[in-house]
Write a protein that binds this ligand. Structure first.
Ligand code: F6R
Length: 610
């Protein structure tokens, strides 16, 4: 969640650290700080609550100039987001930044207090700084002391440390939180995400679980979990640094919503023949493994979980495979009974979500047939640790609220469904060919839905003064309604609930009055008439209806009913199309409410803590 950047160089590194932090701000943004071993031989730091721009202004007023430094952007877990809790944390001559959670921090804090260490923050990170300081009393070398320190930590950490006594090195440790070394010429860098360093290098070395690294200007040394010196592969990225620019759009979120036709097209590219999905898109052993699959277990969090919920309808209807879907934070702590020949599928934009990763690691012990990751980041832990992978091609998503990642995940999951149906012989070739054809047309349909942008913007005005909203859907549109409600609450802070429309009269109908807008998606399918009856129940209680309906669904505007017509689409693909107006709706409501659309309060893009 938090972001880490570090540098050891011949040149002044503060501007590099700041630029890195800006690129990482999507991970967490409630405070930021930097510690530099300055050219006059002291360890100095600057920390500020709020965004990186606050820190930048403070550094303009009081520059820190040096050739060794670490920096951090924080998403608070222990202690309020304020200056004294912002990283880096100091202990004597040491500065430490940390991403993760130390579970035994309270016990360690008590031991260290008894030894005379004084705490100035509420964070678990300060415990690491003091513990390392203490170890250094006997084990004078920084990496040796760091190895001894991490042995006493329970939990997750990505750590970067500098010491005024050993100012030629930056040391790092990884367990549960990603870290990557950026390799330069006569200078080296460290970050929690390579994006932070694309301005200075295109060569990277990923630390693995349990690794400790000693990074100097002209060398990098790494030890694995067992203390053995190891080499890690150098990866070179030849593409230019990914653009982090909003173009003509006011927010990244709006830009990313409008990118969906292009990224869906990219996600489909090379994965379908004329009539069929190419099963090998999931990996060389996919066909052999898919033939054995008798059940599917999907595990994910948040928006990715909603994608999994849609996939359940597809897998059961089209491939005839029983499917269970569960949020990772529940799955990982439950005693799970695994049916024979179950494929374990994780879905994640980042591939670093702590709960999803932990669920995958647990699954390996539970006797699943194989694991498959549907993920947007090829170099993520989830991809590295899964047997099979399908990379979504959404490109970098900067808006914290996930949009294009969701629709490309849906595309990946539909490809999976068709592949399983094909290999197991449970899906008629004609049905597969029709859906392949429909998938080919999908980018055009998405473009048509996006053309409704200004209509949806107008509808958003109905929500500006509201505090609560209900989202309804039936069948595979129920998870779409859940995703619509999640988007609205995330970025506009309006309370939103999603229900299967048939559940309305079992409780939530009591909430409906003319102050509660009810949003629903109504493709022209066999559930339409049932949905219409549910909408009558809402109207009869004075509820305001906002309906995104198929142009042939026979729904029209009326008193208290606002209908937006959607292009016609094959029912199987309708969850992908109907997501678009709900994304636009949340976006425009948030803009009207004046919230920070791309970086909503209390959230972070990549949730690498539990
Ligand atoms: C919502 C959102 C989150 C993520 C969730 C999982 O807009 O972005 O709910 O979907 O934190 O993240 P990933 O997909 O990276 O595992």
């Amino acid at each position: 969640m938090c972001g880490i950047v570090g540098a050891v160089a011949e040149r002044s590194i503060t501007a590099i650290l700041l630029e890195g932090l800006k690129r990482l701000e999507y991970r967490g943004y409630d405070s930021a700080g930097v510690a530099v071993f300055t050219n006059d031989g002291t360890l100095a730091r600057m920390r500020r609550p709020g965004k990186v721009s606050e820190l930048e202004q403070a550094l303009e007023a009081e520059p820190l100039v040096g050739r060794l430094g670490i920096a951090h952007t924080r998403w608070a877990t222990h202690g309020a987001p304020c200056e004294r809790n912002a990283h880096p944390h100091f202990s004597g001559d040491l500065a430490v930044v940390h991403n993760g959670i130390i579970e035994n921090h309270e016990a360690l804090r008590e031991q260290l207090k008894a030894l005379g260490y004084v705490f100035t923050s509420d964070t678990d990170t300060e415990v690491i700084a003091h513990l390392l300081s203490h170890k250094l009393k006997d084990l004078t070398d920084l990496t040796v002391a760091l190895k001894a320190t991490v042995k006493e930590l329970h939990g997750a950490y990505g750590l970067a440390v500098i010491s005024a006594k050993q100012p030629d090195r930056l040391v790092a440790a990884r367990s549960g939180s990603p870290l990557v070394i950026g390799l330069g010429l006569g200078e080296n860098f460290l970050a929690s995400d390579q994006l932070a360093l694309r301005q200075v290098t295109d060569r990277f070395m990923y630390l693995e679980e349990g690794d400790i690294a000693d990074i100097r200007r002209d060398s990098v040394q790494i030890w694995d979990l067992d203390g053995k010196a190891v080499e890690r592969e150098t990866v070179q990225y030849r593409d230019g640094a990914e653009a982090a620019d909003k173009g003509e759009f006011r927010h990244f979120m709006l830009k990313e919503i409008h990118e969906q036709p292009a990224v869906v097209q990219r996600t489909l590219e090379g994965r379908m023949s004329q009539n069929q999905v190419l099963v090998q898109a999931f990996g060389p052993q996919a066909a052999e493994l898919f033939a054995k699959v008798r059940n599917v277990q999907i595990v994910a969090c948040g928006t990715s979980y909603h994608a999994g919920m849609v996939a359940r309808y597809w897998l059961e209807e089209l491939a005839g495979i029983p499917c269970q879907v569960e949020v990772a934070s529940e799955f990982r702590y439950r005693k799970v009974v695994v049916q024979p020949d179950t494929l374990f599928v994780t879905i994640s934009q980042s591939g670093e979500t702590a709960d999803t990763l932990a669920a995958l690691r647990n699954a390996k012990e539970l006797g699943f047939l194989a694991s498959l990751a549907i993920c947007n980041v090829g170099i993520s832990s989830l991809v590295r640790e899964s047997d099979l992978t399908l990379l979504t091609q959404a490109g970098r998503e900067i808006g914290v609220a996930s949009t294009k990642a969701f629709t490309t995940q849906l595309v990946g999951l539909l490809l999976l469904t068709l592949s399983l149906g094909q290999v197991r012989g449970t899906l008629a070739a004609g049905v597969e060919a029709t859906l392949v054809e429909e998938l080919r047309r999908l980018p055009t349909r998405l473009g048509e839905a996006l053309a409704m942008d200004s209509t949806v913007e107008k509808i958003a005005e109905l929500f500006a003064e509201k505090n609560h909203t209900l989202f309804l859907g039936r069948g595979a549109q129920f998870p779409v309604a859940m995703e619509g409600a999640l988007k609205l609450k995330e970025i506009s802070y309006i309370h939103a609930e999603a229900y299967p429309a048939g559940e309305l009269k079992h409780g939530p109908l009591a909430l409906v009055d003319n102050d509660m807008p009810v949003v629903t998606v109504a493709p022209n399918n066999e559930l339409l008439e049932k949905l219409k009856s549910n909408l009558q129940e809402v109207r009869a209680r004075g509820g305001q209806l906002i309906v995104f309906a198929d142009e042939k669904a026979g729904m029209t505007n009326g008193e208290g009913t606002h209908v937006v017509h959607m292009p016609h689409i094959h029912d199987i693909l309708s969850p992908i199309l109907y997501t678009i107006p709900l994304q636009l709706l949340s976006y425009y409501v948030a803009v009207l409410k004046g919230t920070d659309v791309d970086q909503p309060r209390n959230l972070a893009k990549s949730v690498t803590v539990e």
